[in-house]
Design a protein around this ligand. Structure first.
Ligand code: SAH
Ligand code: SF4
Length: 316
């Protein structure tokens, strides 16, 4: 504010008294060989969340967190083992975008601009509906952070009552963490499926207002011998309409405390090819920075991870 020359001293004093301009503090950053960057951000109460920046041709995507921890408790997810500590407020969500933008400007290049945001860090964004909604409005507001609605993706584990309220949410891209095509397997992976099973989930999805030609993305973690068989492909084909669905396969990101394994590259390719042959738009997420993209909560063991990163800096 000190640098503002077109605002009177009185107004500045009023603003300083009335608003909090502090941003989350970056307490750790890491850089993987493929260009992916990871950050640990501390909020005012010193609770930390993680953010990842993924570099791809023509876009620079921030993977932001919506909560400290997560209450949903998916059995494959490191964040799920932490439980929920608290929701992030809207300024802590937009603050991740701003803090990381400043960091990139100051440490990499002034020309770098985050172009996309995905709510795929820690937390279940629809469990924190109101704060994520306000933050998304600020992110999209031309006089705010100016991201287009197609540049933002909200990923949810399938909170049915909130999915039914999506008409009351900015029209961003929606990704559903499906991960299984059969209730038995989905319940094993995601306890939320006990309450909101596949039938209820798809009834809610059918209420999402979709602009023409827009598709919903279905995220599907591929886990060895658990959901990587022909019966799973057949189940997916029964559940998903080709014209309204995109499938994003995510090879399971292994971590020491988990008994789940990633299938072989051959199985992953076979799974994708079979869905493509059946007419689906289907991509496989390239695992970036080893444990980055799906690294939901994996900074918990930050000290062990430090060695696997290039030039990490521990600031605090
Ligand atoms: N809570 C929301 C968004 C955050 S999780 C949701 O579940 O959709 C973002 C994505 O990372 C989800 O699709 C989640 O299933 C995936 N993920 C979590 N742990 C993972 C792991 N170990 N390997 C691969 N993907 C993982
Ligand atoms: Fe929560 Fe998503 Fe992790 Fe499930 S996958 S525990 S919903 S963050």
């Amino acid at each position: 504010m000190e640098e503002w020359t077109n605002v009177s001293k009185k107004v500045k004093e009023y603003l300083a008294k009335s608003f909090d301009f502090t941003l989350p503090k970056i307490v750790w950053d890491g850089h993987s060989k493929d260009g992916t960057r990871k950050f640990l951000l501390a909020m005012k109460d010193e609770k930390t969340v993680e953010c990842v920046v993924i570099d791809a041709p023509g876009r620079l995507t921030l993977c932001a967190s919506s909560q400290v921890g997560c209450a949903i408790g998916c059995t494959f997810c490191h964040t799920g083992t932490m439980g929920l500590t608290r929701h992030l407020d809207s300024s802590e969500i937009t603050g991740q975008y701003m803090a990381v933008s400043h960091w990139l400007h100051n440490n990499v290049s002034r020309d770098l601009r985050l172009t996309n945001l995905v709510y795929m860090g820690q937390g279940e964004p629809l469990h924190n509906f109101e704060n994520v909604k306000i933050a998304t409005h600020i992110l999209m507001e031309p006089k705010g952070l100016g991201l287009g609605q197609r540049k933002i993706t909200l990923s949810t584990s399938g909170m049915v009552p909130q999915i039914e309220k999506l008409a009351d949410f900015p029209p961003v891209n929606i990704a559903i963490s499906l991960h299984a095509a059969h209730d038995k397997v989905r319940t094993e992976l995601m306890p939320i499926n006990k309450v909101y099973d596949l039938r209820r989930l798809f009834a809610a999805i059918s209420t999402i207002p979709l602009k023409s030609h827009r598709k919903i993305t279905y995220e599907y973690i591929l886990i060895k011998d658990l959901n990587d068989q022909m019966t799973d492909i057949e189940g997916l084909c029964e559940l998903l309409k080709i014209s309204e669905s995109k499938i994003n396969l995510i090879p399971f990101n292994e971590y020491p405390e988990s008994a789940f394994k990633r299938p072989s590259d051959r199985t992953i390719k076979w799974f994708q090819d079979t869905l493509l042959q059946r007419g689906y738009v289907c991509t496989t997420r390239v695992t970036k920075g080893d444990d980055i993209l799906a690294a939901c909560g994996q900074l918990k063991s930050i000290k062990e991870k430090v060695n696997s990163w290039d030039q990490p800096s521990l600031e605090n």
